[in-house]
Structure formats: structure tokens, C-alpha cells
Unconditional design. Sequence first.
Length: 359
Amino acid sequence: MNRSAVLTVDELHTVFHTARGTVRAVSDVSLRLHAGETLGVVGESGSGKSVLARTIMGLVATGPGVNVSGRVTVAENEIHMMSPRQRRRLWGPEIAMVFQDPMTALNPVKRVGRHLTETLRRHDDLSRRAARQRAAELLAEVGIPEPARRCRQYPHELSGGMRQRVVIALALAGSPKVLIADEPTTALDVTVQQRILDLLHELNERHEMATLLISHDLGVISSRTDRVMVMYSGRAVETAGARTLFDAPAHPYSAGLIGAIPRLTASPHTTLHTIGGQPPDLAKPAVGCRFAPRCEYARDACTTEPPELRTVTGDGSGSVPQRVRCHFPLVGEPNESGSVARYDSGIGGALDVRRVGQE
């Protein structure tokens, strides 16, 4: 890939010291995000996706109860080496975020237009009139009808879906080079969701904006991203090209998430595939592989030795390696025992995950 990396994350850790013990919400996460590229981040609730996003933004306040280590570089600036005032200069024109909950992302005592005009005037040096006009244009871009009237309203006068669109418009106000979208289509109906996703894709192409898209909707991730990172218990357990991941996931957890997608071709009352067990307690992570207590393929090594993130295969063109944190991945070269797993995504058919030699 010849495009430059606009966001670089190296060995990022976010640790919270609580009364219950040390919670490692993000553990040793590294990634590169290039101009014009969309990276999808998926995983169950509590896997560390939102904490990762907030840590990248520099929104996790460090102190006696919180430790952040590693490097986050945006536009050649190392986020965690900057003062809060310096970081605020980057928020908007360099990096912006769409927050997950629109109900708390907006100040209830400020009119919608003021949220936008303050940002526009701070970064673009616009007059009051020009800022108001641009604010209305941004609301129209994200599909809000009567934008001029909506600018004069307070957040509580808008529906949850409209507030979410205001949050998206606010993130886009500074034309950022990097956009972190944490569940950006929450509370939106299907038609509006499509419009918002189309808008983000259009901005990607028009402005070469890099996007980190966090979502529970694997359908969105499969069709709207170039690469995917699967997180579990604060760690990246698999990274791959989107097509590679959905056609041939290498980690049993990735396969379980994909297998849980309902199939339109399945007969009525078909039992959905589920991942057994419960999400891990981050204050008491499992020894060895953190997914081992829920993995049907776990062996002795999985419960004693933590696996490293290693490359197992490419995406066909060799440009995007498939990396997995697993002792016995479902694809790739035969492991030490001489066997290798095989996975069939089950698109249009039944889920089929099995070990070679067990057929």
C-alpha cells in the first residue's frame, strides 16, 4: 500500500486500577490506518472497542487510577505526549470522533447550531453568518430536513436519530483526516443508516479521510471496510482484509461471531449458532489464551501459554496479511501437531467449523 499512514498505534495499553483489581481494558494493540482506508473493529460488548477509540483520541484521563502506555501518532503528533490544549487543536481538523450515545454527546443547554458554529469558527476562522450557513449545510448533508430551523432548536427537541446525525455533522465539521466512528448508526432506521454510511464512504473517497469504524453489525463491517480487527478481552485476536476474514476467519472467536449471523436462506425456526460461556472478567483474565474457556478447540497449551499475534496467510493478493492470536488457527499452515483447522463461512449454507482429520 503506497498511501501514507495517517494514524499509527504502537503497543497501546489502557489499564484501570479499581477496587476489584487491575482491569486491562486495552492490551498491546497496534494498528496502521492509511488515508482513504476504512478499518472495522468488531467484538462483543466489553471487548475494549470504545476504550480503544477514546484512548486513541486522548480522552482517557491518566492519573493514580489509570495508566496509558504505548504510542498514538496522528499527523506526526504523538497524542499522549501533548498537553490537553495541544490535543484540542488536533480535534477537528486532524482527528474527530462520532460518539456512541447521542443523548449525552450534546450539551442540553446549547442550541444545535451553536454546537456546530463554535467548532467551525474555532478551526476555520469563519464569520458568524458564514458559520451559521455552513452549519445548516452540514445538517443537510447528514439528512436532517429544514436544517436552518433545526439549528435554532435544542437537542431535547430532536429525536434520538436526529441527535445522532447532529453528532455526525459535528464530527465532520472540521473535515478531519481521521474519523473514529463508534457505532455511528445507533438509533437510526435502515434508510437513514444507508445514507449515513454512504456519506462516510463518499467523504473517504473525496477527502482521502481515514475511518476507524466500530460496529456490532457485521453486515456493515463486511460491506463498508477494507480491513477488519477483531477484539476480545482488550486484545486484537485477528486482523485481515474484510473479504478474507468473512470468507475464512482464522480465530475460533471470529468464526463464532460470523456464524451467529442469521441466514436469509435458513429455514424458519432454525437455531442460531452461539458462542458458549460468558465474556471474560477483565479484572481476572484467563491464564494463557483469554478465549480458551469458551473455545471448543482449546488444548493444554491454550490454558498455559498466551498466544502471540502471528501471520498465517495473505488475502490472495499478498497485500493484506491475515494475523491471528491463536495456537491452533482455523486456517494457515499445519501446526506442531500436524493438523490444521478448516472453516467454511456457511454463507448460503450451514456453518461448518471442523478440524481436518475429524471429518
